[in-house]
Structure formats: structure tokens, C-alpha cells
Design a protein around this ligand. Structure first.
Ligand SMILES: [Zn+2]
Length: 131
């Protein structure tokens, strides 16, 4: 008997968390339009298949979904998320680090800084969306 059998599986929890973290970052950048949300859904569907093949990868899905959405946005809209740290120079996107690992962060490679955890971009860019 598995005492956790009637609760949501860790896989589903990880996918749900990844989805909400990336949606939070999209909302922080004010790009959470309907078609962008569907990009997140598409990524989650693909990553569900991936993590079913490799359950240890459940900790990595947030970073992977963030990168999937970043790639999809680059094709349709342009760079996302724009770096909030460097005030001058050409606008540039943040990168996810580690690309394949737990606890993913947005980093600016120009400034060499960690900007925010994936899911916490809103608090890193001035917190204008609070309250
Ligand atoms: Zn930067």
C-alpha cells in the first residue's frame, strides 16, 4: 500500500509547478497573452512525455519549460525575458541556468549575475505588479 497513492503524483506536481512558474514570469513581462499561454501548454505536454521516460528529470522541467517558451517566443515575438539589470546598451534576453538541472535561475551573461529564480522575475524587475 502506497500512502501517497491518492495524492497527485510527483510528476504531475513538477509539471504543474513548472507551468505556474513560467506563467508567473510571462505575466511579469506582460506577455501572458492567450497564444503565449498555449506555448506553455504545448511545452508542458512535450515535457510530460519526456519526464515519463525519465522520472529523475522531474526536478528539471521548470528550467526546460522556461527554455521551450523562450525559444517559441523568439520565433514569434522576439527576445524574452529582457534583461532588467543592464540599463544601457542593446536589449538582450536572460538565459536559464542550469540548462538541465534543478533550481533554475535567469541569468544575464553580460553582467554575469543571477537575476532571479525561474518564477520570480516579477520581484526582480522592480515589483511594479505587486498589490
Ligand atoms: Zn544584462
Amino acid at each position: 500500500m502506497d500512502p501517497s497513492a491518492d495524492s497527485v503524483s510527483p510528476l504531475e506536481q513538477a509539471l504543474h509547478a513548472a507551468r505556474s512558474l513560467v506563467l508567473a514570469d510571462l505575466a511579469a513581462g506582460q506577455v501572458a497573452a492567450a497564444d503565449v499561454v498555449s506555448m506553455v501548454e504545448d511545452s508542458v505536454i512535450q515535457r510530460r512525455w519526456w519526464v515519463e521516460q525519465w522520472p529523475e528529470g522531474a526536478h528539471y522541467v521548470a528550467g526546460l519549460v522556461a527554455q521551450d517558451v523562450q525559444d517559441a517566443l523568439l520565433e514569434r515575438y522576439g527576445r524574452w525575458p529582457l534583461c532588467p539589470v543592464c540599463g544601457s546598451g542593446d536589449p538582450h534576453a536572460l538565459d536559464v541556468e542550469p540548462e538541465l538541472g534543478p533550481d533554475p535561475h535567469w541569468v544575464c551573461h553580460l553582467a554575469g549575475v543571477k537575476v532571479a529564480a525561474v518564477g520570480a522575475l516579477g520581484s526582480a524587475s522592480g515589483g511594479t505588479s505587486s498589490s
